[in-house]
Ligand binder design. Structure first.
Ligand SMILES: Cc1cc2nc3c(=O)[nH]c(=O)nc-3n(C[C@H](O)[C@H](O)[C@H](O)COP(=O)(O)OP(=O)(O)OC[C@H]3O[C@@H](n4cnc5c(N)ncnc54)[C@H](O)[C@@H]3O)c2cc1C
Length: 453
């Protein structure tokens, strides 16, 4: 069992309304969190200005009148700030010591899964009525980002469970479906989102899994297979997209909540380049009987659910990628300022420092795209183009930052035990799942054309 070194999210939330918050995260309640501290970078030392003043312009007391202006993207609720601090602590104290072993074993540690549930991180947006933490979409993004700084495998497990599985049930399930599945998914049962098949990846709606009503009219019988399904090695609940009437094409696609015990078979566990601790399996469905009460949303509307959920899910993958990029950057740059060659820290050579500056700028840009997409979604404004941009660009930045991090650490970066090569291996998946980079570019291009034609 893991030691409960950090306060559970639910307990921390309760503490928000009372003075107990000070005991949970002592520094948080008493001081505002600066922008750079929020994103996990060291506080910069004062810069000497041309005037000779050692005080930075943005540190001077403002004498200007306050202008009523919208807040920056680095504005978080107190609850979101506290959550970030809590998850950061959890990731460093509980997850970090196990990352290397999980990657080597290509196995998720069951204690970590349990700890995520215990912390309230597996029902982030789920209502309190359904035993969830009832927080914002941005809260989920913060959790995914913070976990990815330490381990992108844990991060994607949490991301898929929250932003795909829970969200589908929360937003499309009827009251009965929500009551039966959401409390379990918030407290102890892992979920999977099963859309892709061997012959349908980017072209997801060419799926061939069928669901036929049996003679009684009470059950659907599922047949087919699903490929590359995240969490499926440990999951007990599977959201499965199957076609109830292939003659109708994509308009026959329907979403079902399927219990493992109904007959879901794990046909193969994939061996992968990265995110090795996250299970990715081939599933087969051979006459799996699913009660018609387990249809999620309307029959024939599964395609719409998949489109909508993946549009917002992409912001989660963008968050995973910016967390990964920042994690690799923090580790490598810290090392570069301790490693001495030619009589000084290698990080102090301009050739290195300019590379740090470029990459941190790119991470910052990717983060702003991601936060903006998340806030637009929360506010009910159009966000599909922005989500695709965030996912696309964050995956580019993650690959670059983690690749550069290896080089900045030299030979040490190339060895397995320090973990920089793991970030790089893990970064490749960002350009593939939940819509490949070409699919994101296609979405952006389609939507931008409307502004010009
Ligand atoms: C580790 C992992 C976890 C995954 N988890 C899940 C999961 O939990 N649930 C789930 O349902 N799926 C999951 N997937 C599947 C994932 O979503 C698909 O792999 C992805 O959508 C790409 O499909 P594909 O692999 O079939 O590639 P393909 O569609 O065959 O694409 C191959 C290449 O062709 C390009 N391409 C395809 N179509 C076009 C086009 N129209 N224009 C330009 N280029 C194009 C692609 O960009 C790509 O470069 C996972 C995959 C992996 C590897």
């Amino acid at each position: 069992m893991l030691s409960r070194s950090t306060q559970s999210l639910k307990a921390a939330r309760r503490a928000l309304s009372s003075s107990r918050i000070a005991a949970v995260v002592p520094t948080l309640a008493s001081r505002p969190v600066s922008r750079l501290q929020v994103v996990g970078c060291p506080t910069p030392s004062p810069i000497r200005a041309f005037s000779g003043s050692a005080v930075r312009k943005d540190q001077e007391e403002s004498t200007r009148p306050e202008i009523d202006t919208p807040p920056s993207l680095y504005t978080f609720t107190e609850e979101e700030e506290m959550l970030r601090e809590t998850v950061r602590k959890f990731a460093n104290e509980v997850v970090k010591p196990r990352v290397y072993a999980m990657d080597e074993a290509e196995q998720m540690d069951p204690d970590i899964i349990k700890a995520l549930f215990d912390q309230g991180l597996m029902g982030i947006e789920t209502s309190a009525e359904h035993d969830g933490s009832e927080m914002s979409f941005m809260a989920a993004i913060i959790v995914v980002e913070e976990l990815a700084k330490v381990d992108p495998s844990i991060s994607v497990m949490c991301d898929v469970h929250n932003t795909l599985v829970n969200s589908t049930l929360r937003l499309y399930g009827n009251e009965d479906v929500k009551a039966r599945f959401l409390p379990r998914l918030a407290t102890n049962t892992l979920g999977s989102f099963c859309l892709s098949e061997p012959a349908s990846g980017s072209d997801a709606f060419a799926l061939q899994t069928t669901a036929k009503l049996d003679e009684s009219g009470d059950n659907y019988i599922l047949n087919g297979s699903k490929m590359w399904i995240t969490n499926s090695g440990e999951a007990e609940i599977f959201l499965v997209f199957a076609n109830v009437d292939p003659s109708k094409g994509y308009k026959g696609i329907t979403c079902f909540a399927v219990e493992k015990e109904m007959g879901v078979v794990i046909a193969k566990k994939e061996k992968k380049l990265g995110i090795k601790a996250s299970s990715t399996c081939l599933l087969s469905f051979d006459d799996v009987k699913v009660p018609k009460e387990n249809v999620v949303g309307e029959v024939g509307k599964g395609y719409k659910i998949a489109i909508d959920i993946l549009n917002e899910g992409r912001i989660g993958i963008a968050a995973q990628m910016i967390g990964l990029a920042q994690g690799a950057f923090d580790q490598a740059v810290t090392y570069a300022y301790t490693r001495k060659q030619f009589g000084k820290a290698v990080g102090d050579f301009q050739g290195m420092a300019f590379q740090f500056a470029e990459v941190l700028t790119e991470i910052e840009a990717a983060r702003l795209l991601t936060y903006n997409a998340a806030r637009l979604k929360e506010q009910g404004r159009p966000f599909v183009r922005e989500a695709a941009m965030a996912k696309y660009y964050s995956s580019v930045v993650a690959q670059r930052a983690s690749g550069m991090a290896i080089e900045w650490a030299g030979g040490v970066g190339f060895t397995r035990e320090v973990g920089l090569e793991k970030y790089w291996r893990d970064s490749k998946i960002g350009a593939i799942y939940e819509g490949s980079s070409n699919i994101q570019l296609e979405t952006i291009a389609k939507l931008l054309k409307k502004d010009y034609v």
